[in-house]
Design a binder for this molecule. Sequence first.
Ligand SMILES: *Cc1c(COP(=O)(O)O)cnc(C)c1O
Length: 345
Amino acid sequence: MIEAPPATLRLAIDREALAANWRMLDAMSGGARAGAAVKADCYGLGVEHCVPTLVEAGCRDFFVAHWSEVAPLLEHVRAKQIAVLHGPINRAEANYARQTGAIPVIDSIMQAKLWTETGGGPCHLMVDSGINRLGVALHEIGDPAIQALNIQVLMSHLACADEDSPKNEQQLAGFRDILGAVSHREASLANSAGIALGGAYHFDLTRPGLALYGGVPRTEFTDCIRQVAYPRASILQVRALEAGQTVGYNATFTAPAKMRVGVLSLGYADGILRSWGGAAFQSGEKVLPILGKVSMDMIVVDLAEAPNLAEGDWVELPYYLPYAARQTSVSQYELLTVLGHRFQR
Ligand SMILES: *Cc1c(COP(=O)(O)O)cnc(C)c1O
């Protein structure tokens, strides 16, 4: 194999911060233990980079959405520690669950029947307490197909945990009501934001995702959750602009005077969306405003504050998620999961 040269865009992952975030969320979960939502390739940061760190920090319970996400995880954790949130929707998926040993989350009476018909065994059960996405309705809990399951973790999912909404208490009450109606070993309700809602929401196991990776879904996390992902790009080319020259597609930026600009090697194909237009990169304390539109593979920045920067130098996109989300009007979740495959992680 011919080795490729190093990438010109990097996503630095602060593993220390990731481990510290998990330990913080575990501690904030009180008597419950924290698991980890590692779906969508650890929210875009990379299973191979994040899961070993989470395991080392002490995490034992991992949640993915799709069956396709099981195999990459199996390189790092035991099958029994993996829960698949979408559950089995056909025999192929039920068989795959059994062959791998990953635990299906049963989300409907249909899935419950399918799981039992194809051999049964340990599973989790998702009950829908008000988000109306996946999960068995509260009133369906007595159904014989549900009662026949061998349920390890009985779970539900909060719709508005990142807000102070009456919906949180309503969902909590609905969930508590059915706990006695079906046998199970453990219960789980809280995502990242739900952990901050207090002890009543913790039960046996919490399921943080966003906050592990540096997201701050509620102000309670502001001082205790650390940034994990740092996008960086190198300067491909330095250009001199004359007054009146324009930059990028549709010529949306016109140089008011002579300018020195840098062309960076990343763009919206890497998840740095056009909504970053008007924001800035940085080099240490120096601010490098983005000029014109973000292209697929390139972003042009003003080098006025950093005249010493040259081709090959690295600059950073400020990616502290609560600020970045405000800056771009893109959610903290999306800001993580859009980060593309060309970053060297
Ligand atoms: C994604 C997900 C989580 C994690 O949610 P965050 O808001 O990222 O902490 C927890 N539980 C379920 C069912 C999920 O789908």
